[in-house]
Design a binder for this molecule. Structure first.
Ligand code: HEC
Length: 135
């Protein structure tokens, strides 16, 4: 009886958007891909708020952040370090690390620079290779 109650609670939680994982072990691949998509969405919102005005508006001061430009950093780590250090140009370092990683996730997925296997963080991102055209 107690056992089946726990199972019911797990099923309910599994359906909840927060994706609380039940039991031990790693989250399922489906959960991971939802988490990645959520990070991408957060990143897109942050990008629109903090980056878009300089980088995607004609005549603005920032260069276009094309796949080629971003891939020239070779790995996600150095690109992160640059953005964290220098961007937004008018207010460098003003975002939280998790917000910079959210923006990175958006840029990498949108520009097809890497296939994410986990939400981006220093742990999963530092040595992630960037390739123009995806890989
Ligand atoms: C106020 C305008 C402005 C904003 C806002 C801004 N940038 Fe920039 N960005 C620039 C300028 C200007 C440069 C060129 C800087 C330089 O060469 O020293 C640049 C350069 C970059 C580069 C390097 C491009 C290259 O050629 O290697 C990246 C990556 C970048 N920005 C990402 C971002 C991200 C991500 C955000 C949002 C968090 C952002 N920028 C917000 C103006 C801006």
């Amino acid at each position: 009886m107690a056992h089946s109650l726990v199972l019911d609670a797990c099923l309910l939680l599994a359906l909840a958007p927060a994706l609380v994982s039940c039991g031990e072990g790693e989250p399922s691949p489906e959960d991971v891909s939802v988490l990645i998509q959520e990070q991408r969405l957060r990143g897109e919102g942050l990008y629109r708020e903090h980056c878009y005005s300089c980088h995607e508006v004609e005549g603005a001061i920032g260069v276009e952040l094309s796949a080629r430009v971003l891939a020239s950093y070779d790995f996600a780590g150095p690109l992160y370090d640059y953005i964290d250090l220098a961007m937004p140009y008018n207010e460098p370092g003003s975002l939280a690390p998790t917000q910079y990683w959210d923006i990175m996730a958006y840029l990498l997925i949108d520009r097809e620079l890497a296939r994410l296997e986990a939400p981006l963080s220093a742990r999963s991102g530092d040595r992630l290779r960037l390739a123009d055209g995806g890989s």
